[in-house]
Design a protein around this ligand. Structure first.
Ligand code: DP6
Length: 318
């Protein structure tokens, strides 16, 4: 691999139907299929160059390369050997605060390495590889809505675009905390698997996925939001009911925002919550109503950091 300055940019995504459990840890096969919206605001740009050993520079600082080294070794097995790499990433995602930065990070890394190797793989094939680095990364190759088919083996577990038509969906991101999350998603989902309600959640999630796909086809944002909220709260209920080390990512501020969202709905505002592995709340709404929601949040909680994101693009190279 020669030294070059080619870069891949991948955007992060928010799951509307969550991935929350692994059927096979080694291959990173999930227990459920999941569905996401790619976001315009948050992304990772990555380039690679030859080096003595695999190393990692994140936002101009040397960073721990352990996870990246394991991932690159997996790629070496799958794609053929290549020399050690220095991976240089710029992360425009609040790291580890519940917006999955690993999604955009592993998608961009997979994309740039495969390009630098001179291989021409489809986004679906790239998605299969990136899944091994972080499950949510499988969905970050595609713009707008993507579905990750859980599959039954390495070959059949990949994501693809839903090819949905544009709709005026927006996401209000209420950033409760910038801090590193205490329980990684990998650890959180292992605990959730021990909930007595896990099997029921699997059945419910499969039905919600079908309903979600139809809501997206009909561009019914109200329905998209209501299914997503139900799915997310179900996931967080698993954490609370885990038989091994039950836990929650919610803080008082998370709860406060959830109750504000209920008030908004009583006022006729389209607002539904989704929450990942952290305390931050993302509110699904329409482009028109986003600023009303921002104002309500800012009035009630003046110190809260709030941003509005919209549908974002798939992976790009320059
Ligand atoms: C709650 O993709 O970060 O955001 O595969 O272990 O890296 P690993 O997990 P990760 O989990 C994301 C969990 C989630 C839901 C989702 O994005 O589907």
């Amino acid at each position: 691999m020669d030294s070059t300055t080619m870069k891949a940019t991948a955007h992060t995504n928010i799951a509307l139907i969550k991935y929350w459990g692994k059927k096979n840890i080694e291959l990173n096969l999930p227990t459920t299929s999941s569905l996401s919206l790619t976001l315009d605001k948050y992304y990772t740009t990555t380039s690679v160059s030859s080096a003595e050993i695999d190393s990692f520079v994140l936002n101009n600082q040397p960073a721990d390369a352990t996870r990246i080294h394991h991932f690159l070794n997996m790629l070496r097995k799958q794609l053929g050997d290549f020399s050690p790499l220095k991976v240089i990433s710029e992360n425009h995602v609040p790291t580890s605060a519940g917006l999955a930065s690993s999604a955009s990070a592993f998608a961009a890394l997979t994309g740039v390495v495969v390009h630098e190797l001179g291989m021409n793989l489809s986004n679906e094939e790239l998605s299969r590889l990136a899944r091994r680095g972080s499950g949510s990364a499988s969905r970050s190759f595609f713009g707008n809505f993507a579905v990750w088919h859980k599959g039954i083996d390495d070959e059949s577990s990949f994501a693809e675009s839903l090819n949905a038509s544009d709709m005026p969906i927006a996401l209000v991101v209420a950033e409760v905390s910038h801090a590193e999350k205490k329980i990684s998603s990998t650890e959180g989902m292992q605990r959730a698997l021990t909930s007595p309600n896990y099997d029921d959640w699997l059945v419910k999630s499969a039905n919600q996925l079908i309903d979600m796909q139809s809501a997206i086809q009909h561009a019914d944002i109200d329905k998209v939001g209501s299914i997503a909220e139900d799915n997310a709260l179900g996931m967080h209920a698993l954490n609370l009911t885990a038989s091994r080390q039950p836990f929650t990512y919610f803080t008082d501020q998370t709860q406060m925002i959830l109750s504000l969202i209920q008030d908004m709905r009583h006022q006729g505002i389209l607002a539904y919550a989704t929450i990942d592995a952290g305390p931050n709340v993302k509110i699904i709404t329409t482009k028109d109503e986003a600023s009303t929601i921002v104002n309500i949040l800012k009035n009630a909680m003046p110190t809260l950091a709030v941003e509005v994101a919209q549908s974002g693009p798939g992976i790009s190279y320059d």
